[in-house]
Design a protein around this ligand. Structure first.
Ligand SMILES: Nc1ncnc2c1ncn2[C@@H]1O[C@H](COP(=O)(O)OP(=O)(O)OP(=O)(O)O)[C@@H](O)[C@H]1O
Length: 114
């Protein structure tokens, strides 16, 4: 992707879960896009965020990653997380995007999806 110039994921002021780092590595996403580096720290401070950026600029992961990170930090992960991941996967239904790929290691390690 072009415009992936805004620092590595590990340079974020908030540390993400290792499973998220690992999956981003597997996807080959070494650096954030500008909208991701701008939005993720704000989401992680529980701010309301409205972002406008061109198509294909990485907006989806700009909010999916904070959602997954926040859910992973919760002690009581189970049902709420299951519902959220189900919704995220449905959102990604039309194309098997990086968002749904990102959800897989998170869900299998923390949820019983039976
Ligand atoms: N940091 C990144 N590095 C490399 N590729 C990325 C990164 N973030 C997202 N992508 C990929 O770039 C493509 C476009 O991202 P995405 O669909 O999230 O953009 P978008 O801004 O949400 O687009 P739209 O406005 O069409 O919904 C996707 O294939 C996605 O997997």
């Amino acid at each position: 992707m072009e415009n992936v110039t805004e620092g590595t994921w590990r340079s974020l002021p908030v540390k993400l879960n290792e499973k998220i780092f690992q999956t981003l590595d597997e996807l080959g996403f070494t650096h954030m896009t500008p909208v991701q580096s701008a939005c993720i720290p704000l989401f992680m401070k529980n701010k309301d965020v409205a972002a406008e950026a061109v198509t294909g600029s990485g907006k989806t992961l700009a909010f999916v990653i904070p959602i997954l990170e926040i859910l992973l930090r919760r002690e009581e992960k189970l049902k709420k997380m299951q519902v959220c991941i189900y919704l995220l996967q449905k959102m990604c239904f039309q194309e098997f995007s990086s968002s749904s790929y990102l959800c897989i290691p998170v869900q299998t390690s923390h949820l019983n999806m039976t």
